[in-house]
Design a protein around this ligand. Structure first.
Ligand SMILES: Cc1ncc(COP(=O)(O)O)c(C=O)c1O
Length: 486
């Protein structure tokens, strides 16, 4: 029986993604008038993270902890076993995790960055270099925190915005070999491969590349670690774009990937639409080292800082990642939105990846230099024009160097995450419409500057202000074009 949604054809011209779920629990939204949005943006110091969610119409900040949960997850939460030690909920999760990843040892943690903290604390020493395909903000902060550095072994192709490269997240194997030769394996605690590479546009890594990179590392005695937070998006693209895997089942693809790693960790906020995080270990010695720190930083072994209810939801969520129609939903909606934007010539990262749609703020706002944070400026403009919240992924998301100089990011992006099974097609069309209006009026958008700049992960709490009165002009133009429309 064929139950794959991509096999549904339309009789008419239109070709739209179909949902294979129905919504039975809904949450009301408000779209404030533009004058209010202007004020709320100023009150939030032009920082998406400081906006209140009640003031946001479409919250595209992230998929983390905000994907829709299934009825199976919600009902499992009702039967959670609250016990400090030996909770039945934990053993269910452990069993599912072991079966899906084919690894022997599992540890829960309160979220993805907690896994990163533990791994860096245990395996990374001062002066080490962690090699990765591409960094993630919190991962790099943990590496720097222990006095080590991150080296990105990725092809320049990853930074070509409009591209046809199917696996932009692939490790550059020549760079990997060269850095190992240069530093020696003793200085490289592990290779970290991030699936569905977040900061370059949710771009996948091919299984062929994972296998080759892991072989190189294992031959040199270097451990391999996988950030599987975006595993399901990655697996979707492996099946779709890697010819030899097109007939594989999802569980077989996950197995192919996990066989290449010594350790796998994930943010359950992303992977399983619940809360929490998890770490899988192939070998006992590494497991024991991390396990012994768990009670200090997370909680006892059988809850890891997560409520038992969330452990139940995580356990079901892991099993749901094996469902092709479930894991397809995000990427096909993203692809649809990217196609609509491309048809309007709006600069956006291609090929469409997972996680969300990534507007190329550098091309959208060519007159705003990276030091005036074009991605964040575009975000403010979009919030004012449409009540949509996204997140900057560019120079603002980099912290200043110790010398006070800006680190210019490889890409200046405004990421509009599409949490799975949350938004409808009409909401996506509204977003595209307002983005198009902004593109037509892009000369009205100006830059931002810091009013108050934290030293670490400044994008979370930093306070910014617009350079000049461009936001007022934007409101005026909106009123001219849309009248009383919200
Ligand atoms: C690839 C990746 N790794 C790790 C994390 C951190 O996970 P968490 O937000 O659960 O701490 C994230 C969060 O967005 C992520 O995208």
């Amino acid at each position: 029986m064929n139950t794959d949604i991509s096999h549904v054809k339309f009789f008419g011209e239109h070709d739209v993604p179909l949902e294979m779920h129905k919504a039975r629990i809904v949450q009301p939204l408000t779209l404030l008038p533009i004058e209010e949005r202007f004020k709320k943006n100023a009150k939030a110091f032009n920082n998406a993270h400081l906006l209140k969610s009640e003031d946001v119409y479409l919250d595209m900040l992230t998929d983390s902890g905000v994907n829709a949960m299934s009825d199976a997850q919600l009902s499992a939460m009702m039967v959670a076993d609250d016990a400090y030690a030996g909770s039945a909920s934990f053993y269910k999760l452990e069993e599912n995790a072991k079966e899906i990843f084919g690894m022997k040892y599992f540890l829960p943690a309160h979220q993805g960055r907690a896994c990163e903290h533990l791994l860096c604390k245990v395996f990374v020493d001062e002066g080490d270099t962690v090699v990765t395909n591409y960094h993630f903000t919190t991962f790099r902060a943990h590496v720097l925190n222990v006095g080590a550095t991150v080296y990105e072994a990725i092809d320049e192709d990853a930074f070509v915005v409009d591209s046809e490269t199917p696996f932009k997240g692939d490790v550059d194997l020549d760079k990997l070999e060269a850095i190992i030769d240069k530093l020696t394996p003793a200085k490289i605690p592990f290779l970290r491969i991030e699936l569905g590479t977040n900061l370059i546009g949710g771009q996948p890594v091919s299984i062929g590349n994972i296998k080759a990179a892991a072989t190189i590392c294992h031959q040199k005695g270097i451990m391999t670690v996988c950030d599987a937070s975006l595993l399901s998006d990655n697996v979707y693209f492996n099946k779709l774009k890697e010819e030899i895997y097109k007939d594989h089942q999802v569980w077989e693809l996950i197995k192919e990937i996990s066989d290449c790693f010594d350790i796998i960790y994930f943010s359950a906020r992303k992977l399983t639409s619940s809360r929490g995080g998890g770490l899988m270990f192939r070998n006992e010695p590494e497991y024991i080292k991390v396990r012994d720190l768990l009670p200090l930083y997370e909680g006892f072994l059988t809850y890891g800082g997560i409520s038992s209810r969330e452990i139940e939801a995580m356990s079901i969520g892991l099993v749901e990642t094996l469902d092709w129609n479930f894991i397809s939903q995000g990427p096909i909606f993203i692809n649809h939105m990217v196609n609509m934007l491309k048809a309007l010539n709006i600069p956006v990262i291609t090929p469409a990846g997972g996680l969300g749609v990534h507007l190329d703020a550098r091309a959208f706002l060519p007159n705003i230099p990276p030091t005036m944070y074009p991605g964040a400026a575009l975000h403010c403009a979009l919030y004012i024009a449409a009540g949509i919240r996204g997140t900057e992924r560019g120079t603002l998301s980099e912290d200043r160097g110790k010398d006070g100089k800006e680190k210019i990011a490889d890409l200046e992006l405004l990421r509009l995450a599409l949490p799975r099974r949350v938004f409808t097609l009409s909401q996506i069309e509204f977003a595209v419409d307002r983005i198009n209006w902004l593109y037509v009026n892009s000369d009205l958008i100006g830059g931002l500057e810091f009013e108050d700049e934290p030293e670490t992960l400044r994008f979370f709490f930093g306070k910014l202000k617009p350079i000049g009165d461009w936001q007022k002009k934007l409101v005026k133009q909106f009123k001219r074009d849309f009248g009383e429309s919200l």
